[in-house]
Every structure is written in structure tokens, then in C-alpha cells.
Design a protein around this ligand. Structure first.
Ligand SMILES: NC(=O)c1ccc[n+]([C@@H]2O[C@H](COP(=O)([O-])OP(=O)(O)OC[C@H]3O[C@@H](n4cnc5c(N)ncnc54)[C@H](OP(=O)(O)O)[C@@H]3O)[C@@H](O)[C@H]2O)c1
Length: 272
């Protein structure tokens, strides 16, 4: 794949009916890529497809649950049927959860692993043969919460940390095939209204508007993802806090522990 132009490239973005995935799909399409958008809720996906088509962007919408093998296979098979190739796979779909480990239903733990981990592994496995023939890119969308385990979002942290291992292994395993692998650690980002997180009992919580808090815009995250694809970069940590988190954990792990223990009640309140 050339390092700069997105023209004519086929990009599959999981979980792109809203939020960061939608912003990434929109920018890629504006740069000339043919985009495949995805989500489980058909009405929201169709609304996004309509918006993109009205803006003259080339888009295919596939409603599928990528946490299942059947859904991920459907996403990749329909993409190939329609566009004939895949150049970029952005494993973006993911959900956050709330609650201390001892309070969370076992079913929620399993659901989080299925969405955030299997939801990246299934599409990646299905797309690999096609990415090999285009020498394409796979990006994993992780979080600054995937650098160090945090109270209240422990299972979310665990799923995002798992993506680091997957990306690191794949990068080495695929080096002979010239497939680019990247992982991005995203900080707190402004959310679309309707963003949900999974509560400890498995119900959905509607996330409060984060516009008042210090957040990035989804478009900033999208630009960073696209730069990684263009420059074929491996790792990128977003936000000052994210970078500090990474450095402090290596240099002062005990201090980070102490700070987190002291602030755990504040973190709990912040997340509810
Ligand atoms: N927003 C942040 O502050 C932040 C910070 C760090 C990392 N991240 C990561 O960035 C990614 C995007 O976050 P976001 O805040 O933009 O999310 P979002 O606004 O909640 O959107 C999530 C998207 O993923 C889809 N989705 C969820 N589960 C799916 C599944 N099993 N199969 C197919 N689609 C699925 C949703 O549609 P349906 O619900 O209709 O399926 C929706 O389109 C996630 O991986 C998240 O962990 C976000």
C-alpha cells in the first residue's frame, strides 16, 4: 500500500455507526477510501449510511455482531463480495464496563471478553488472507486504560491489555507478509449522545455528556488512526495523561499504586 493516498483503498471499520469509528470512516471516505461501516443496531447504522451517502461518500453498511464468528465472517465476506478487496481493517468496536471485580456478574465478564477481544480476533482472522494480498493494515483501537489496570474498569482494562499482546505477536508473525499492524491507546474522548456502557449487572448505562470534561474530539482520534495507517506506525499513545500513565508505570510503579489507592473513591464517582 502506498504510504500516503487513501484513494481506492477499501477500509473496514468495526463499530462505526457512531463515535470514533464513525469519525474515522468519514475522514477515510473523504480522502477517497471506500468504506465499510458496521454496528449491531440497524436503525443507527442506516442513519449513518444515509448521512454518508448524502455527503457523496462511497459506503457499504453491514449490520453484524463482530463478537461472534458468524458476524465477523459475514462482515468480511460481504465486503469482499461488494468491493473485491480489503486494504485496511480498523478493529474499533468496543464497550466499556463499570463496577469492582467482586460486584460484576460473571456473564458481564464473559460478554466484555467477547466484544472487546473476540470482536477484534474474529474480524482479523477472517480478513488476513485479503490483507496479505494488498499488504494492508490492521489497527487495534485500545485505550489508555489498557496500559495499567484501574479500579472500577478492571475488566475493560484487561480486554484492552489483551490487544497489546495480540498486536505485538501479530506484528512479528506477519512481518514476512508485509502486513502492517498498529495499536492505538485512546484517551477520554467526547461521546455521541446514546453512548452506552455495561453496568455490573449486565444492564446498559447511558454515559453522561463529557463535553464539560477535558476530552479529545473523535475526529482527533480518527486523524491519529489514519496517520498510523499512512505511516505504518506500530504504537501510539494519545493525550498527555496517557503518555504520563505509560511513563510513570515503568519508572514509578509503586507511586502509581499509591496514587490510585488514594483516589479510588474519586475514580468510582467519576465513572458513575
Ligand atoms: N470514547 C472514549 O473515551 C474512548 C477512550 C478510550 C478508548 N476508546 C475505544 O474506542 C473505541 C470506540 O469507542 P467509542 O467511544 O467511539 O464507542 P461508541 O460511541 O460507544 O460506539 C461504539 C460502536 O461500536 C458498535 N459496537 C459495539 N459492540 C459491537 C459489536 N459487538 N459488533 C458490532 N458493533 C459493535 C456500536 O454500535 P451498536 O451498539 O449498534 O453495535 C457503535 O457503533 C472502543 O474500542 C473504545 O473502547 C474509547
Amino acid at each position: 500500500m502506498t504510504k500516503k493516498s487513501m484513494r481506492g483503498k477499501v477500509a473496514v471499520i468495526t463499530g462505526s455507526s457512531m463515535g470514533i469509528g464513525k469519525a474515522t470512516a468519514r475522514i477515510l471516505a473523504r480522502e477517497g477510501a471506500k468504506i465499510v461501516i458496521n454496528g449491531r443496531t440497524e436503525s443507527r447504522l442506516q442513519q449513518t449510511e444515509k448521512e454518508f451517502k448524502e455527503a457523496g461518500l462511497e459506503v457499504l453498511a453491514i449490520a453484524a455482531d463482530i463478537a461472534t464468528l458468524a458476524g465477523a465472517t459475514q462482515l468480511i465476506t460481504e465486503t469482499i463480495k461488494h468491493f473485491g478487496q480489503i486494504d485496511i481493517l480498523i478493529n474499533n468496536a468496543g464497550m466499556s464496563s463499570r463496577g469492582y471485580f467482586e460486584e460484576i456478574d460473571t456473564e458481564v465478564l464473559e460478554r466484555m471478553l467477547r466484544i472487546n477481544v473476540m470482536g477484534c480476533l474474529h474480524p482479523t482472522k477472517a480478513a488476513l488472507p485479503y490483507l496479505e494480498s494488498t499488504q494492508g493494515s490492521i489497527i487495534f483501537v485500545s485505550s489508555v486504560a489498557g496500559i495499567r489496570g484501574l479500579p472500577e474498569t478492571g475488566i475493560y482494562c484487561a480486554t484492552k491489555m489483551a490487544l497489546t499482546a495480540v498486536a505485538e505477536s501479530l506484528r512479528v508473525e506477519l512481518s514476512d507478509k508485509s502486513i502492517h499492524v498498529g495499536i492505538i491507546y485512546v484517551g477520554i474522548t467526547e461521546n455521541d449522545s446514546g453512548k452506552r456502557v455495561i453496568d455490573k449487572d449486565g444492564s446498559y448505562l447511558l454515559l453522561k455528556d463529557r463535553k464539560q470534561r477535558k476530552t479529545q474530539k473523535p475526529e482527533q482520534v480518527a486523524e491519529a488512526i489514519i496517520q498510523m495507517v499512512k505511516k505504518r506506525r506500530f504504537k501510539k499513545i494519545l493525550t498527555f495523561l496517557g503518555k504520563m500513565n505509560a511513563i510513570a508505570n515503568v519508572l514509578f510503579p509503586r507511586l502509581v499504586d499509591r496514587v490510585l489507592i488514594r483516589s479510588k473513591e474519586r475514580i468510582r464517582k467519576m465513572n458513575t
